[in-house]
Design a protein around this ligand. Structure first.
Ligand code: ADE
Length: 280
């Protein structure tokens, strides 16, 4: 079979979460027809030790577990080599840039995406420093992991690939389309439902008038429900109050010898060797 239009590699500790998602409806048809390919990988397969550990407690204390850098970085580096193009690497995290339809359009135009799903409290920061992924959030709320967010990205992107949607499901005339606003209201049979009739213009057969009515509806809805799409003026960030006595720019230093917060013991001598103090 020829290369898919879009290849998506997903790195997840829970690949079975994707089973139902990949086997139903539009996406499964797109996969069958070779337009989209989704490959699932588990970072545990790159983890060391008998227990193949992929997460650990956070340095500095706090709740939850953090995804470890070594297995995740090793997995991504191996996966990048599994196809001709290294792909566009995206980490799913609530701290990322919020996904919108224009970003989805860009992603749908790529040949390959690699989606990195976090779990637990999040990723070890060194994963971001070493791999430099783009950070993507699906909204300002916290999910239990990046898997559902990855499904959002896959679903939104694949339906924009030419040939994935039939004419009946066309993506040309929907919310966040070329005009950027919300979609107009739709009606189907029965014509009368609980005393509510379909707007008469839709029964007129005058396609120009219908088109104009729909555009007006779309504009009015957007203004009423999503003013931010019409007037996206950003609210200024609230000022943070500094507790009295704290210096203006806290010095970011990495001490030469620090206590290991997990074991409460100082590090072994060779562990701190070669570390230097970072300049702020
Ligand atoms: N992981 C947890 N919450 C998320 C969100 N809102 N977007 C992307 N990934 C996430």
């Amino acid at each position: 079979m020829a290369d898919p239009v879009l290849r998506i590699d997903v790195l997840t500790l829970f690949p079975t979460l994707f089973q139902g998602f990949l086997c139903e409806s539009i996406l499964s048809r797109a996969i069958e027809r070779g337009l989209v390919a989704v490959h699932l990988w588990n970072p545990r397969d790159w983890a060391d030790g008998k227990h193949r550990q992929v997460d650990d407690r956070p340095f500095g204390g706090g709740p939850g577990m953090v995804l470890m850098a070594p297995p995740v970085v090793a997995a991504v580096e191996a996966i990048q080599l599994a196809a001709e193009s290294p792909g566009r690497l995206i980490a799913l995290t609530p701290g990322g840039r919020r996904l919108d339809q224009s970003w989805v359009r860009t992603l749908a135009g790529e040949a390959r995406l690699i989606l990195l799903c976090g779990r637990y409290e999040g990723f070890d920061e060194r994963i971001f420093e070493v791999l430099e992924p783009e950070l993507l959030s699906v909204g300002d709320y916290v999910l239990s992991g990046g898997e559902v967010a990855a499904m959002v990205v896959i679903d939104a992107a694949m339906r924009l690939i030419p040939g994935v949607l039939g004419d009946a499901e066309s993506a040309t005339d929907e919310s966040f389309g070329v005009e950027g606003g919300l979609e107009y209201p739709h009606y189907t049979r029965p014509r009368l439902f609980r005393g509510r009739d379909v707007p008469s213009i839709l029964l007129s057969g005058d396609h120009q008038a219908i088109d104009l009515w729909r555009r007006e509806q779309s504009r009015d809805r957007t203004a009423q429900r999503r003013r931010d799409l019409v007037d996206p003026e950003l609210a200024p960030l609230p000022k943070l109050k500094r507790p009295p006595g704290t210096p203006k720019t806290p010095r970011q230093t990495l001490p030469l010898a620090i206590e290991d917060p997990l074991t409460r013991e100082p590090p072994a001598p060779d562990e701190s060797a070669g570390r230097s103090e970072r300049k702020p």
